[in-house]
Design a protein around this ligand. Structure first.
Ligand code: IFM
Length: 457
């Protein structure tokens, strides 16, 4: 597929990248002093992950990072978003620092810079050190203090060369999938714990932002959310009220406190005092520490109707206005991407927006004669880039885009059964093959990148 005209005119300096996360690609779970994380414990618990898959080896990126940086260069990436494994740096979550962990990321970052690829580091992409979970996990406020200590260690060491910092990836998932539905590590199933976890995560973000600002004065700091564009299934008053509650649950609960408005009062009332944790007088100020950008992960949208039986939100997810779905079962709905970016910029003082993840899983076939034909993924990207471009036209201050993912990897509870990569990974041999979508994406970058000192590369 050619790069269509609708995406041929992104602004000069627009940043093109791809993203990964530590537990999903690194492997080397027991090497060089790395401690146990909640995903090690969870994935090794029978029945939690499809096929009993674990991240023990994953894409073996810990040993193959040089090859992977070369592949990023072949893809014309201007930036690479990766996450740092807390358990590699502070194996017990608090206290002793593991030099080997710092060295690993230092080498990776140096290689990226040498290749002209800007590193964007995420400090937390779901892999809490298990000892901190044993001490109460994210619902325990002390975990936020531990996170700030870890942020201090990492930024003191790497702040001279990493200038783009993301505190947390998708705290909604950490809290609600990890502590309410139990689909993700640590696998707890209490709504109250999940709400407590949201507060702990937001405190951690605020505290770490302040630490990063002190240690790296020229840093650009942000948080990555997975906000959802919510549409009522019908125009009825009840369905519109349900959509507003879903918006409160998925979006406003995070965005309002981050931008200094405190937790939304309708949601505080809905959850009630038995669920909402104690909020200390300075907490909201800590959470609202100024940031430099907002990272947005977008895959699909929500279509909801009123359902009073379905507690606590009284919301039921209805069918999307399209039958087209990815291998995750998520509706393909690019219009929601435009609407979401425009809405965020309209309702919140976000500053620059970056799409920090967007992409699709499809059941790719193994390479034939060195080629992986994945036209559905290319089509997904083309339509979502056109939707992102439309959001810019409508006023959203979008400055960059990271494809999810650089390569196939461990897709959490789905193990290795879902492939999101621009690069195909043969897990038996660890051979990498750039898919057709990756070649196409390299063309997007190759055609629209501006010189590094004038923009993205
Ligand atoms: O693989 C995940 C990633 O870790 C976080 N955002 C969504 C992706 C696809 O499910």
């Amino acid at each position: 597929m050619q790069v269509p005209e609708s995406i041929s005119n992104f602004p000069a300096g627009f940043l093109w990248g791809a993203a990964t996360a530590a537990y999903q690609i690194e492997g080397a779970a027991g090497e060089d002093g790395r401690g146990e994380s909640i995903w090690d414990r969870f994935s090794h618990t029978p029945g939690k992950v499809v096929n009993g898959d674990t991240g023990d080896v994953a894409c073996d990126h810990y040993h193959r990072w040089r090859t992977d940086v070369a592949l990023m260069k072949a893809l014309n990436l201007g930036a690479y978003r990766f996450s740092i494994a807390w358990s590699r740096i502070v194996p017990d979550g608090r206290g002793g620092v593991n030099e080997a962990g710092l060295t690993f990321y230092e080498r990776l970052v140096d290689a990226l810079l040498a290749a002209g690829i800007t590193p964007w580091a995420t400090l937390y992409h779901w892999d809490l050190p298990q000892p901190l979970e044993d001490a109460g996990g994210w619902p325990n406020r002390a975990t936020a203090d531990a996170f700030a200590e870890y942020a201090n260690v990492v930024s003191r060491r790497l702040g001279d060369r990493i200038k783009h910092w993301i505190t947390l990836n998708e705290p909604w998932c950490s809290a609600f999938l990890g502590y309410w539905t139990g689909e993700h590590a640590p696998g707890r199933t209490s709504f109250a714990d999940a709400i407590h976890a949201t507060h702990g995560l937001l405190l951690a973000h605020g505290q770490a932002t302040t630490v990063l600002r002190q240690n790296v004065p020229d840093a650009r700091i942000g948080i990555v959310l997975n906000p959802s564009q919510v549409y009522p299934a019908t125009d009825s008053e009840l369905d519109r009220a349900a959509a507003y509650r879903q918006d409160g649950f998925a979006n406003r609960w995070f965005l309002d406190p981050l931008y200094g408005r405190g937790y939304p009062t309708d949601m505080l009332a809905l959850y009630g005092p038995n669920v909402v944790p104690e909020i200390l007088p300075t907490d909201l100020e800590v959470i609202a520490a100024p940031t430099d950008f907002l990272g947005v992960n977008y895959y699909s949208s929500s279509f909801v109707r009123d359902d009073p039986q379905n507690r606590p939100l009284g919301v039921r997810h209805g069918p999307a206005p399209t039958d087209e779905k990815t291998a995750m079962g998520w509706a393909v709905y690019p219009q929601g991407f435009t609407d979401l970016l425009v809405r965020l910029a309209r309702d919140y003082p976000t500053g620059p927006l970056y799409v920090t993840e967007n992409g699709a899983a499809y059941p790719d076939e193994a390479p034939i004669n060195g080629r992986v034909a994945d036209p559905l993924r290319t089509s997904y990207y083309a339509r979502h880039l056109a939707a992102a471009r439309a959001a810019i036209d409508a006023g959203a201050p979008l400055q960059g885009y990271f494809a999810w993912s650089l390569m196939d990897n461990f897709e959490w509870a789905f193990g290795y059964t879902r492939r999101f990569g621009l690069i195909y990974v043969d897990y038996a041999t660890q051979e990498r093959t750039i898919k057709d979508s990756g070649k196409w994406y390299a063309g997007v970058g190759g055609r629209f990148f501006t010189p590094r000192n004038g923009g993205s590369r």
